[in-house]
Design a protein around this ligand. Structure first.
Ligand SMILES: NC(=O)c1ccc[n+]([C@@H]2O[C@H](COP(=O)([O-])OP(=O)(O)OC[C@H]3O[C@@H](n4cnc5c(N)ncnc54)[C@H](OP(=O)(O)O)[C@@H]3O)[C@@H](O)[C@H]2O)c1
Length: 310
């Protein structure tokens, strides 16, 4: 089979195209492109079918596991694909690890080291119990996330653009330092003992629930990440589509009830709005995939993220 690879401007990426055997898959084509253009390793390539001029439809993205013949529209000898360079990529595991390592390391610096003395506070720092518990809580949270990244999540996409590492790290590291600065501050005023216990109790319960939600999500796929998107079921997923986000939001609420800083609540609002946007997209995707037509199951009636509001 002859495959012609063009760029989006219509130029040929590999002059004369590539010759592949009839049973070749999209992954084989990506490997062949990589051999000819060393810079473009497979996860950097996005291959689509060409659109008719003027068409406003979304192009069909070639799936790496599929056979090229499935895209050749009955003409098994020739196929034209459009190539897009996605830019340098990193694995999702590395991306998440970098995001979470920052807050895990930055927060304890404010607790253990004389940061405030360097910043000009002369008064002796008295550490309140809630500051110590908040440190344990915080570190447990980010340690859990790193462990889940490596041992629980089964991602469908292998990689993410390298630029996301800088964007996401800026988000997590800055908020981590901002919250740590205020919670560990020498002028910090602790909440009552009861409020601290309610906050940390709620937060811990939600962290455990969040972990269980991630196990349930991971069981929807086989260990190699196969299985696409399924209807999440069981535990809180019977009520809400993105139960993992719901528990994430409530666990930050618990942390904030216990520590009570503007910085912490600001992070909660920003994180909740990001997760709400994602949850709406995920909910609509599942409703579209499971529309009850042509033998497909119908997605059950559920809240999106924060019952009884959304
Ligand atoms: N504080 C914050 O700002 C913040 C923001 C976002 C996330 N988080 C935390 O980080 C955790 C992970 O975030 P995330 O955005 O990666 O979560 P996510 O997209 O909901 O999913 C976690 C894993 O489950 C898979 N998955 C989700 N729905 C699935 C379905 N219907 N069928 C099969 N697999 C499915 C995902 O696959 P795909 O690879 O295909 O997506 C991913 O590997 C969250 O649960 C939350 O605790 C915190």
């Amino acid at each position: 089979m002859k495959v012609t690879i063009t760029t989006r401007s219509g130029k040929e990426l590999i002059r004369g195209g590539l010759e592949l055997h009839d049973s070749a898959t999209v992954a084989d084509l990506q490997e062949s492109i990589h051999k000819r253009t060393k810079k473009y390793y497979p996860s950097r390539q996005r291959l689509t079918l060409p659109l008719q001029p003027g068409s406003k439809e979304k192009p069909v993205v070639l799936h790496y596991r599929k056979n090229l013949k499935e895209y050749s529209d009955g003409n098994s000898d020739n196929l034209t694909v459009v190539f897009k360079d996605l830019g340098p990529q990193v694995s999702y595991r590395i991306l998440f690890f970098c995001e979470y390592l920052g807050p895990l390391l930055i927060y304890p610096i404010f607790y253990y080291f004389p940061v405030y003395q360097y910043l000009g506070y002369k008064a002796e720092r008295v550490i309140h119990p809630v500051q110590t518990y908040a440190l344990y809580y915080w570190c447990f949270h980010y340690f859990k996330r790193i462990m889940e990244t490596f041992f629980v999540h089964r991602f469908s996409h292998a990689t993410s653009p390298l630029s996301n590492v800088f964007r996401n790290c800026a988000y997590y590291w800055t908020f981590g330092a901002y919250i740590a600065y205020y919670v560990n501050h020498p002028l910090y005023t602790p909440v009552s003992d009861l409020q601290m216990k309610i906050g940390l109790g709620l937060g811990l319960l939600c962290q455990v629930s969040n972990f269980y939600c991630h196990i349930l999500l991971s069981n929807l796929r086989s260990p190699d990440g196969n299985g696409g998107y399924q209807i999440p079921r069981g535990f809180l997923f019977n009520i809400v589509t993105c139960a993992n986000y719901t528990t994430e939001i409530y666990q930050w609420l618990g942390f904030n009830i216990a520590t009570q800083t503007v910085a912490g609540y600001l992070f909660l609002v920003v994180a909740a709005s990001i997760m709400t946007n994602w949850a709406l997209a995920k909910h609509h995707r599942l409703k579209r995939l499971f529309d009850g037509k042509e033998g497909r199951p119908k997605y059950p009636r559920r809240w999106v993220i924060l019952p009884p509001f959304l």
